[in-house]
Design a protein around this ligand. Structure first.
Ligand code: BES
Ligand code: ZN
Length: 597
């Protein structure tokens, strides 16, 4: 049983070694040098030999708590998991480290003031998941280890620092050097990947007594309107999963380079501005990041091979919340779109020999970079698996099971195996009923997958399946358009994309619609000046990987398109996050190697 004693391939930490319990972090943010200059006093649970993960960090000194040098040795660098250090934790269990991050740290993005909406001040933010916290904080990067944090962050006085933690102090005592000092604490233990920090010129608006949105001034009002349902979303989530344990749920809208739609940093969800659409249609992203407060942040996947425990469960909650707030039809339409996304990623992994990554319980080695393994599969296949468990026992019984699951495992990290054992104990016989092994260890989508039946989806799907240009689309929602565009065959002649030009989709305000159309054009090889410009505009204006990676992939189909893509990338690169840059460069590298073999 207990995977928990098995070593996480993506960390140098060895199970049984002293674990981090508390971090006292001091951060000086230097925009001029694009580095964080830091000290950290780490308290461990016991003395003895232990290991920390690092990536590109410049260690200045390692000391005991009386400031005597502590001997340490280095662990060789590995391209995926980084390097590390080893030392013996002294009897009083405290170790002090002074260090500096690299300007290329993979978990930090530094934006010039020109790259912000306000254009007045620079901006910096972290992205820890999956293996990037180690590029800005020496830590045990496995999600099995959790620790509490006290942080002091020194920033230019025009700016504010935000953390996914409790703010308790802002002081001007370093005003003589143009700085302010902000202090934060996170009293609930969290895994390294949930450590977060953002610094910029930010405004705030209260939405409820426990939810507030932060954004640049230019965006804050639109964000406030977009997220107005957050109170209702929280109530629905609590009815489902039990009390919210993290106090506040604030939301931070980042600049457009943010590589994800959202990131569930505890107490402070990080969000892409692409979800501020003016229609409230992206509420599911908020519901999703909030739901992680239970599945992900309270109960955490023990390794990245068990990622579906975070994302599949959270996607299932996302569906339940949508259903409760906006009705079953809306939820089903949303699920129909996600099913298309699932098919796309399944096809991609099967076509590239990565079908082992289509399992829920993925067997990963340290050479498999979780950023490469990332796909929508653990989300949607995972949510389907949870849904058929629900269907097998009925909703009333399953809802009681959910509450027991959370109560049993909160503030711990679990494996797929442990989850299955719990299900077997609580709902005997159900695993066999749903053929769980096909779900967990099998590739592709099992035959007993739940089927989505939405009226609105059926209308859009019918048009797509008949290769029709829609006639009644004036009444379509953006979701219907997205479903239609995603479902159109990629074997269609260029005339189909051409005849859709009349709808002006390449200029649609809703980026999901615009992106779906542009992708259809590229994948059916339709191109004209307007489409070319719209593609370039999208790639230079946003850095969210969901949008940019499929477009870059589509542009590698031939030499001409590839050259164009490389040209656009050259200009857009400085606006992308290091994680996104690495992924785009891998797409180019693969395309180059294919064209030379
Ligand atoms: N935790 C993820 C984002 C993530 C995954 C970051 C893996 C780094 C590595 C977050 O909760 C998420 O799933 N975001 C989605 C939103 C969603 C509604 C599916 C996204 O970014 O699109
Ligand atoms: Zn998620």
């Amino acid at each position: 049983m207990a995977n928990e004693t098995v070593r996480d391939p993506h960390s140098h930490y060895v199970p049984g070694q002293p674990k981090m319990k508390h971090v006292g972090w001091h951060v000086e943010v230097s925009f001029a040098k694009r580095v964080l200059e830091c000290t950290v006093l780490i308290t461990f649970n016991k003395p003895g030999l232990t290991t920390l993960d690092l990536r590109g960090i410049d260690i200045k000194e390692v000391k005991d708590s009386r400031f005597l040098d502590l001997a340490f040795s280095r662990i060789a660098d590995h391209p995926v998991i980084g390097d590390g250090i080893q030392f013996v934790v002294p009897e009083n269990r405290m170790v002090f480290i002074a260090y500096k991050t690299s300007p290329e740290a993979s978990g930090l993005q530094w934006l010039t003031k020109e790259q912000t909406s306000g254009k007045r001040h620079p901006f910096m933010f972290t992205q820890g998941q999956c293996l990037h916290t180690r590029s800005f904080l020496p830590c045990q990067g496995t999600p099995e280890v959790r620790f509490t944090i006290d942080a002091t962050v020194v920033v230019p006085k025009e700016l504010r620092a935000l953390m996914g933690a409790n703010h308790f102090y802002r002081s001007e005592w370093r005003e003589f050097e143009g700085c302010v000092v902000e202090r934060w604490k996170m009293q609930q233990p969290i895994p390294a990947y949930l450590v977060s920090l953002a610094v910029g010129e930010l405004e705030e608006r209260d939405i409820t007594d426990r939810c507030r949105v932060y954004a640049e001034k230019e965006m804050v009002e639109a964000a406030e309107t977009e997220f107005k349902d957050i109170g209702k979303i929280m109530e629905a989530a609590e009815r489902l999963a039990g009390p919210y344990e993290w106090g506040r749920f604030d939301m931070l809208v980042l600049p457009p380079s943010f590589p994800y739609g959202g990131m569930e940093n505890p107490r402070l969800a990080f969000l892409s501005p692409t979800i501020v659409t003016g229609t409230g249609s992206m509420a599911f992203v908020i519901a999703h990041e909030l739901a992680h407060a239970w599945t992900g942040n309270l109960i955490t996947n023990v390794s990245w091979g068990d990622f579906w425990l975070n994302e599949g469960w959270t996607t299932y909650f996302e569906h339940r919340i949508l259903e409760e707030l906006y009705g079953r039809e809306e939820a089903l339409l949303h699920m129909a779109i996600q099913e298309r996304d699932l098919k796309r990623d399944m096809d991609r992994f099967f076509a590239t020999g990565k079908q082992a990554w289509t399992k829920l319980n993925v067997i990963l080695t340290q050479d498999d970079d979780p950023d490469d393994v990332f796909s929508i599969i653990p989300y949607i296949k995972g949510a389907m698996f949870v849904q058929i468990l629900e269907e097998a026992v009925g909703r009333a019984r399953f809802d009681k099971f959910i509450q027991r699951y959370i109560a049993q495992f909160k503030f711990t990290s679990i494996s797929t195996q442990k989850f299955l054992e719990f299900v077997d104990g609580e709902l005997p016989g159900v695993l066999e009923t749903v053929h769980h092994l096909e779900w967990v260890d099998g590739e592709g989508v099992p035959t007993n997958a739940p089927r989505v039946k939405s009226q609105k989806a059926a209308v859009a799907l019918a048009d797509a399946q008949l290769n029709m240009v829609p006639i009644d689309s004036h009444a379509w929602s953006s979701n219907q358009w997205v479903l239609y565009l995603q479902s159109l065959s990629r074997e269609l002649p260029t005339s189909h994309a051409d005849s859709l030009l009349q709808f002006n989709l390449h200029n649609a305000a809703n980026i999901e619609v615009r992106w779906s159309y542009l992708l259809f054009c590229l994948e059916t090889k339709f191109m004209n000046d307007d489409i070319g410009k719209a593609v370039e505009k999208l790639l230079t204006q946003v850095g969210r990987m969901k949008f940019i990676l499929p477009i870059y992939r589509a542009l590698t189909c031939n030499r001409v398109a590839l050259t164009l893509a490389q040209q656009i990338f050259k200009n857009a690169r400085s606006g992308y996050h290091p994680i996104a840059i690495a992924q785009v460069e891998k797409i180019f590298k693969e395309a180059e190697s294919k064209s030379t073999t």
